[in-house]
Design a protein around this ligand. Structure first.
Ligand SMILES: NC(=O)c1ccc[n+]([C@@H]2O[C@H](COP(=O)([O-])OP(=O)(O)OC[C@H]3O[C@@H](n4cnc5c(N)ncnc54)[C@H](OP(=O)(O)O)[C@@H]3O)[C@@H](O)[C@H]2O)c1
Length: 288
C-alpha cells in the first residue's frame, strides 16, 4: 500500500519509470505467481500461505511430496488460488534444473529462495559430505535460481526475489562455521545483485531472521545458539518480511533483538564478536 498522503516519488527516463529503493510501493500484483523453495515446512510454508492469502498462485518446491501436496490442497481450498507442487532435491543439479525449467514457464515470478539447513559443532569433526550438501543447497542452488528468476523478470520490469539468509550471515560464527559462511554469501550476494538492479522494477531482498521455531533448530542441533536470543513466531517473521518487500527494502532483519544484534555485529570489532560467539557456542555445546 502507498503511504497515506505521500505522492509516489519517481524518476522518468523516457518511457520507463524508475523506482528508488526504500520507497513504499504497492504490493506486487497477485497476477504474479510465486515459487517458494523449502515450502514443506517452517518459514517456506508460511511464505506460501501468506502469498496465497494475497491471492498469488503458488509453486511449492521441496523433497517431501506428501507435505507439499497437503499444503497445496489447503492453500487452494482456503484462498481459491492454484497451488502446484514440484518435488526436487535442490542439493542436486537435476533438482535445480527442474526448478529453472519451471521458472521459464511464466513471464515474471516472485521467487523465494528459502530452502536451506544448518550444521553445527567443531569444523574438525564435520561430516564433510553433509557440509558440502549444505553449501550446494544454501549457496549453489540459491545462486542458480536467483539468476534464473532475474533474467526471466528483467524484461518485464516486474516480479522479485527474496533470498533467505540469516542473522548468522552478519559475522563468522565459531562452531557453526559452514552455516554462517553460507548465509554470509547469501546476504552479500543478494545485496550486490539488488544494487546492480536498482530501478529495474525487479525487487530483490535478503531476509535475515534470528531464531524462528521451525524444524531448523533440530536439524542443525542449534540449541546453544537459539537459547541466547528470543525467537520470533514464524507468521510474524514472514509478515515483517512481506512488509519490507512491499517497501522495496534490500535487507530485512525481522524483530527487535535480531535488529540490534545485526547492528552490533557491524559496529563492534570483529575479534570481539567472534571471540564472544565462540565462547557462547562452545559453552552451549559442552552443556549438550
Ligand atoms: N528457523 C530459523 O531459526 C532460521 C533462522 C535464520 C534463517 N533460517 C533459514 O530459513 C530457511 C528456512 O528454514 P526453516 O527455519 O523454515 O527450516 P525447516 O523447517 O527445516 O525448513 C527447511 C525447508 O528446506 C527444505 N529443504 C531442505 N533440504 C532440501 C533440499 N535438498 N532440496 C529441497 N528442499 C530442501 C525442507 O524440505 P524437505 O525436507 O521436504 O526437502 C524444508 O521445507 C533456511 O534457509 C534457514 O537457513 C532459519
Amino acid at each position: 500500500m502507498l503511504a497515506k498522503g505521500r505522492a509516489l516519488p519517481r524518476e522518468q527516463t523516457g518511457l520507463q519509470v524508475r523506482y528508488n529503493q526504500h520507497m513504499v510501493l504497492p504490493a506486487l500484483p497477485s497476477s504474479i505467481p510465486v515459487l517458494v523453495t523449502g515450502a514443506s515446512s517452517g518459514i517456506g510454508a508460511e511464505f506460501a500461505r501468506q502469498f496465497a492469502e494475497r491471492g498469488h498462485d503458488c509453486t511449492l518446491v521441496a523433497r517431501r511430496k506428501d507435505r507439499l501436496e497437503s499444503l497445496a490442497g489447503q492453500l487452494a481450498a482456503a484462498y481459491g488460488i492454484t497451488a502446484t507442487t514440484l518435488t526436487a532435491d535442490l542439493a542436486t543439479p537435476e533438482g535445480v534444473d527442474a526448478v529453472k525449467k519451471h521458472i521459464a514457464t511464466a513471464s515474471a515470478w516472485i521467487v523465494v529462495n528459502n530452502a536451506g539447513f544448518g550444521t553445527s559443532g567443531p569444523f574438525s569433526h564435520a561430516h564433510i559430505e553433509r557440509d558440502l550438501e549444505e553449501i550446494r543447497l544454501n549457496v549453489s542452488a540459491l545462486h542458480a535460481l536467483t539468476h534464473a528468476a532475474l533474467v526471466q523478470n528483467l524484461p518485464h520490469r516486474s516480479g522479485g526475489i527474496i533470498n533467505v539468509a540469516s542473522l548468522a550471515g552478519f559475522q563468522p560464527i565459531p562452531f557453526m562455521a559452514t552455516y554462517a559462511a553460507t548465509k554470509a554469501f547469501v546476504l552479500h550476494f543478494t545485496e550486490a545483485v539488488a544494487e546492480e538492479n536498482a530501478g529495474s522494477g525487479v525487487r530483490i531482498m535478503a531476509l535475515c531472521p534470528g531464531p524462528v521455531p521451525t524444524e531448523f533448530g533440530t536439524i542443525a542441533h542449534a540449541g546453544p545458539m537459539f537459547s541466547q536470543i528470543p525467537s520470533l513466531p514464524v507468521d510474524q517473521c514472514v509478515q515483517l518480511a512481506l512488509r519490507a518487500f512491499d517497501r522495496n527494502r534490500v535487507i530485512c532483519v525481522p524483530g527487535n533483538g535480531p535488529t540490534v544484534l545485526s547492528a552490533l555485529s557491524r559496529l563492534a570489532p570483529r575479534a570481539v564478536i567472534r571471540k564472544s560467539l565462540g565462547r557462547v557456542l562452545k559453552a552451549g555445546i559442552s552443556r549438550g
